[in-house]
Design a binder for this molecule. Sequence first.
Ligand SMILES: CC(C)(COP(=O)(O)OP(=O)(O)OC[C@H]1O[C@@H](n2cnc3c(N)ncnc32)[C@H](O)[C@@H]1OP(=O)(O)O)[C@@H](O)C(=O)NCCC(=O)NCCS
Length: 198
Amino acid sequence: MISDSPIPSVVPAGRMARMRQPVLGLSGGLELRPWRRSDANVLVAAGQDPAIRRWTLLHVDSPEDARERIDRMHERWQTELSAMWAIARTEGGEAAGLIGWSGIDLKGGGAEIVYWVLPAVRGGGVAVEATKRVSRWALDDLGLHRLRLCHSVANPASCRVAVKAGYSLEGTMRSALLHADGWHHQHLHALVQGDIGI
Ligand SMILES: CC(C)(COP(=O)(O)OP(=O)(O)OC[C@H]1O[C@@H](n2cnc3c(N)ncnc32)[C@H](O)[C@@H]1OP(=O)(O)O)[C@@H](O)C(=O)NCCC(=O)NCCS
């Protein structure tokens, strides 16, 4: 017999829009905070970094384009589609990276993480710590069920971040993303509500 009771949304619509985007503390004088229009030059710099361009396909035309992107980040929080934080210094407030959730699906309880950090702050564990922090927020505070982390199989640094942040490798998605040099296979990692390790 087919039940007529619909499966409820994993997270009720409106929960995220009603939340104020929190500031999340990190170690080492860093924090995660909402992007500001005054961070536009950091987005422009990120768009010129070869590794960020290569692996995130970020392309920023100008400071005005960057400001529009920052405005859209805030709109997408309100429309519950994505949630982006700046990885920033607590003192002085300078942004040095981005981390957050794209493709938020409150009804289905999922989202995909995106991140980059500028070269000056790479190699010190920032990406791993920030990944764990936003993952705890997504599972515990927002109430999502399953978080995805996808990266090109040719990007070992991102694979290391995934594993160190507790995301299990679930498989390889063939020809999953078109890069400048052609189609790349991607690793699919995931963290599910109840997993240990974060
Ligand atoms: C991926 C990225 C965010 C990592 O940032 P980070 O702050 O250096 O990361 P962490 O310091 O937290 O950890 C990086 C880990 O990757 C390892 N790593 C770095 N480069 C590596 C490489 N080429 N091969 C293998 N491992 C590598 C580091 O040794 C470290 O692991 P360890 O602590 O066990 O030594 C950063 O390199 C970046 O912004 N890259 C460009 C954008 C990008 O690739 N985004 C992800 C798209 S899916």
